[in-house]
Design a protein around this ligand. Sequence first.
Ligand code: ATP
Length: 374
Amino acid sequence: MKHTSPAYDLECLDLAKSFGGFRAVKGVSFEIPSGSFFSILGPSGCGKTTLMRMIAGFEDPTSGDIKIKGKSVLGVPPNRRNVKMVFQHLALFPMMNVYENIAYGLRCAGVGNAEIKRKVQDVLERIALPDVGEREIHQLSGGQKQRIAIARCMVLDPDVLLLDEPLGALDLKLREAMKIELKLLQHQFNTTFIYITHDQSEALVMSDNVAIMNQGIFEQIGTPQDLYHHPKTAFVAGFVGDSNRWSGTVKSADGTGGKVETDQGLSMSFSAGADQTIRDGDKVEIFVRPEFIRTVRASEADQAVTEGDNQMSGVIDSLLFNGANSRVLVRTGSGELIESDVTVTGNNDLKPGEDVRLIWSSRQAMCFARAESA
Ligand code: ATP
């Protein structure tokens, strides 16, 4: 039995939803500590919106339980759950000014005019827009509209704020700015935000914890750093961050690591993480992040290799400059394109067409049972 603690704003217990014979959410359990920023990240169709709709009360679960502040909300209609939701299209009322948009929920709840005035002004100050109350919605910028949509929910003091890809409709530059802004707003209100997205950069920048969702289940929940450095499945390793990726078969494994023969016939060594149970004959995938691959001129490579390193020869195809780093694309003898990163303070005078050796430690090679889909 799971212990219910008021330290959690939200708990989902073996939560599942089927539509006819199709299982959209397949028994998901998690809890969110008070006042945190939690994201649900996964590809289109994995069940994020269905999960969110169950939490908001728009969809009844097929089985399982949802607790808000320790109390089950099964059967409680959306307007009686202390949960608010910001949608991608914000749903601000265009015929009302900013003040009336924010005041609307308070009026519906029967709050008096003087109290409404105080609360609206307070929330406008918290979102750093103290003077826009009289503005019409069409007079606001895209970023201001986002903040007003959040203010309209936060003025009602919800236990949990759900955000369903609210940055999806913004252009790239504004989206970048709003990622930081949303995190600051969550901090300012100290309320739990649950954010769903298929965009890993949004989830990783803003969140305290992220759940990686795939085909109706949570593959892993962790901090952004955990998910990046210690993925537990091939799906998570492939979905979070960039990787070079090889399929292969384990030729020898002893619990601390082993060797894999890739489908291209190359031999690669890996070190097993603490929770790895890779055995001889397993079909696996190897992942290596670009920043862990060193690109060394062929003439200097022998001195750069230490025992146990993996290595591969190739020719530089192109270099993609990215400020502090350059991403180097190297074409190997078997025709693969391998990505590695070099820093501007490193050997960044590499040129396309140069013969190089790619070198990486077996400790940086992550090995997982092959993903069913990714
Ligand atoms: P997206 O990022 O594209 O919005 P998602 O991860 O939010 O995707 P959901 O919208 O939750 O995914 O859908 C999960 C699966 O459940 C999909 O295969 C979808 O077609 C199916 N589904 C969702 N709602 C219904 C419904 N009312 N009836 C039948 N199937 C549904």
